[in-house]
Structure formats: structure tokens, C-alpha cells
Design a protein around this ligand. Structure first.
Ligand code: ATP
Length: 253
């Protein structure tokens, strides 16, 4: 079966520095894939490559089997790939409703509109006419996710949605994501909280210094394997990078 979105041997960087090295994975409709790894592991860069906001130095991104590697971010958005970047980036002078409507700019056909977004993100219900600058961090994050949904994406790329938020607010956002994914959306998310990742993800890819060093389902990976991959414990860097055969051999999956 053709994957909804696939990263195929992606490498990317900034000038001479390598941020992502030969990473491959695929996401299907209705599936949540979580990218985990320490700061600087390359997760955000990889999301930006998937969104068309950063050009890879090697590899291919495919959407439903079609090569979209050279398709720019705005066009890829029209094709159904939507990135919610770290930091939310709302229009502070616009209301919540207006911010949501901005997301509908490159609108595709689909189920999402203001009403369905509010159903999925109930915390927005009373805030539609509020100025975005008056919102709490959690409310801003909900608007950022809602704005992305308004474009009726097939793939949602979420970069650290829970950063800086209170646990109770994060719980609420993750409940919303569970409802959203029920509609058949594919989700790639970057999340620092490993426990939460294991609870929400169908598949986990652990990144270390740009390499994907471990991949599996929460059912097949142990907590120890994930934390070892996260921190690089037990990984022998015999080939000059943590993604080498010795690293993969070090885990038992
Ligand atoms: P974080 O959790 O801190 O966001 P990350 O896993 O998302 O980390 P990236 O932000 O993708 O990692 O960074 C990967 C590497 O690329 C790091 O070494 C980082 O310093 C570098 N990097 C990221 N953005 C830039 C940039 N705009 N210019 C130069 N180097 C960058």
C-alpha cells in the first residue's frame, strides 16, 4: 500500500553542518508518528523538510506516492500537508476567528470549518472574538492547530505543541488530537515528553544527532530502548555517526 507521506533517505543541513542524515519513515492515514530526540537532534529540520519549508540535500519526500521533494511549502499546503511550527506564530492583532480564517486561505474541500474546529478544540468556543494577543499559551496553541485544520490537511506536522504549557492544558490538546486523527488525518509530531509520546503514538522514530537510531511501535519498544536511543547510551559510533550498524545492533528490536 502506498504511504500517505514518506521520507525516503532524507538528509538536510545548514551550510556545511548536517542536521538530518539519511532518515526514512512513512505515515499512513489515521496514524500518529512521533519523532523524539534531544535538543538539536534534527526533528524540527525534518518536519520543515516534510512541509517543503527546507530543501533537503538528499532524499525524497513523497505524498501518496507522488514525489513532492521540490514542491514549495505553500503549494505543498494546498496539496494537503500542513505544518504547525514551534512558537505558534499567530497574528496578534487579529481575533481568533480571523486567525482561523487565515488558515482557510488555501482551503481544500473537507470537513473542517469554524464550527468543526470548535467542536474538536472546545477551549476555542468562547474565544472566537478575542484578540489573539490576549490568549494564554495553551489557547494560542489551540488556535495554531485549529488554523492548520482549517486548510483541511491530509497530513498534520506538529512541532512541540506542548512546549511551555501546563499539563492539564496539554491533556486537553492531546484529547483534541485523538479526535482529529479519528477523521483519517496522518500526524507527525515532535514531542519532548516520552511518556505522552508512548501514550499517543502508533509509531516512534528516535533521532540522535540527525540519525534515526530506533523505530518501532510503543508495544514493541521498551522504555529503556527509547531512553537509550534518546540519550545515545550504549551506542558505539564506529562509523562516525550514531546511525551506523553498530548503533542499530545495540538495540534488541
Ligand atoms: P530542538 O528540540 O532544539 O528544536 P531539534 O531536534 O528540532 O531540536 P533542529 O532544530 O532541527 O533540532 O536542529 C538540528 C541541528 O541544526 C542543530 O545542530 C541546530 O543547531 C541546527 N540548526 C537548526 N536551525 C538552524 C539554522 N537556522 N541555522 C543553522 N543551524 C541550524
Amino acid at each position: 500500500m502506498t504511504a500517505l507521506l514518506a521520507a525516503e533517505s532524507i538528509s538536510a543541513g545548514y551550510g556545511d553542518s548536517r542536521a538530518v542524515v539519511d532518515v526514512s519513515f512513512a505515515v499512513d492515514a489515521g496514524e500518529v508518528l512521533a519523532l523524539v530526540g534531544a535538543n538539536g537532534a534534527g526533528k524540527s529540520t525534518l518536519l520543515r523538510v516534510l512541509a517543503g519549508a527546507h530543501r533537503p540535500t538528499a532524499g525524497r519526500v513523497s505524498l501518496r506516492g507522488e514525489d513532492v521533494t521540490r514542491v514549495r511549502d505553500f503549494e505543498r499546503n494546498r496539496m494537503g500537508v500542513c505544518l504547525v511550527p514551534e512558537g505558534r506564530r499567530l497574528f496578534a492583532s487579529l481575533t481568533v476567528r480571523e486567525n482561523l480564517e487565515v488558515g482557510a486561505g488555501s482551503r481544500r474541500d473537507g470537513r473542517w470549518g469554524i464550527d468543526t474546529v470548535v467542536d474538536a478544540l472546545p477551549m476555542l468556543g468562547d474565544l472566537l472574538d478575542r484578540n489573539a494577543s490576549q490568549l494564554s499559551g495553551g489557547q494560542q496553541q489551540a488556535v495554531a492547530i485549529g488554523r492548520a485544520l482549517m486548510s483541511n490537511p491530509e497530513v498534520l506536522l506538529l512541532d512541540e505543541v506542548s512546549l511551555g504549557l501546563a499539563p492539564i492544558v496539554i491533556d486537553e490538546l492531546y484529547e483534541s488530537l485523538a479526535a482529529v486523527r479519528g477523521g483519517g488525518l496522518g500526524i507527525v509530531l515532535v514531542e519532548q515528553d516520552l511518556e505522552r509520546t508512548v501514550a499517543v503514538a502508533d509509531r516512534i522514530v528516535c533521532m540522535l544527532e540527525g540519525h534515526a537510531v530506533l523505530e518501532g511501535t510503543p508495544a514493541t519498544l521498551t522504555h529503556e530502548q527509547i531512553t537509550d536511543a534518546y540519550f545515545g547510551h550504549h551506542l558505539a559510533f564506529s562509523d562516525g555517526g550514531p546511525g551506523g550498524a553498530s548503533a542499530k545492533g545495540a538495540s534488541s528490536w
